[in-house]
Design a protein. Structure first.
Length: 223
């Protein structure tokens, strides 16, 4: 498909190991569809990903590409074969309200070549829940920890295991949460060593970071 409103970076996979991803917000459904089509043509052996789909884009893509995999919660679509996974990322979310960000992170992890293990509703308001869940993430190669409110969960998890951890603040919370700013600052000020932080609601960025760690470790270990 020819278009004059976007120039795709078709060499990104050669430079970084991963093809360009379509950021759907601010684009029309037709633009997202065209970009997905062109990326798929350039990388037919590897799934291409679009994030932050509008409901309208979701419907258009579902009708035009029935073989694509859409996730309404994550607001994503993957088109083409997913890579063979190497390594495991545990995606840990404090609450159900963090679900869209956690789902985006998990889809991204899988599209970028690692396995994703979802662990949900383990926020610090019931501290026993994350303690009980520890066996499920203690052997992961990388962690994504997602929380809103005051953003305390990554500090707790970072004190339980010595696994590379990327924290994701979400915009979940009441007024003094300031749209995720309180969680962001809480995570940036974590006293647990080894915690790195991405931007508010950025499940995609966390997924890329963690997947690249996990797949490198997993490939080296032969798993």
């Amino acid at each position: 498909m020819e278009h004059d409103w976007a120039t795709l970076d078709l060499h990104r996979a050669a430079r970084t190991g991963d093809p360009e991803v379509v950021y759907g917000a601010g684009k029309t459904p037709e633009q997202v569809l065209t970009l997905l089509h062109d990326l798929h043509e350039a990388h037919p052996d590897r799934a291409v990903l679009a994030t932050r789909l509008t409901p309208e884009a979701h419907d258009v893509i579902a009708a035009a590409l029935p073989e694509a995999t859409l996730d309404a919660v994550a607001r994503t679509v993957t088109y083409g074969p997913l890579p063979e996974p190497h390594g495991t990322v545990a995606v840990i979310a404090a609450g159900t309200s963090d679900g869209p960000v956690a789902a985006e992170a998990a889809v991204t992890v899988r599209a970028f070549g690692a396995r994703a293990e979802r662990i949900t509703d383990v926020g610090v308001a019931g501290i026993h829940r994350i303690l009980e869940a520890r066996p499920r993430f203690a052997d992961a190669d990388a962690l994504i920890v997602i929380a809103g409110m005051e953003g305390a969960l990554p500090s707790v998890v970072g004190g339980l295991v010595g696994i590379p951890l990327v924290a994701v603040p979400t915009s979940v919370g009441y007024g003094a949460n300031f749209g995720g700013l309180s969680a962001l600052l809480g995570m940036l000020n974590s006293c647990a060593p080894g915690v790195v932080v991405v931007n508010i609601d950025n499940g995609f960025g966390a997924g890329v970071h963690a997947a690249r760690i996990a797949r490198a470790v997993g490939a080296q270990a032969g798993r």
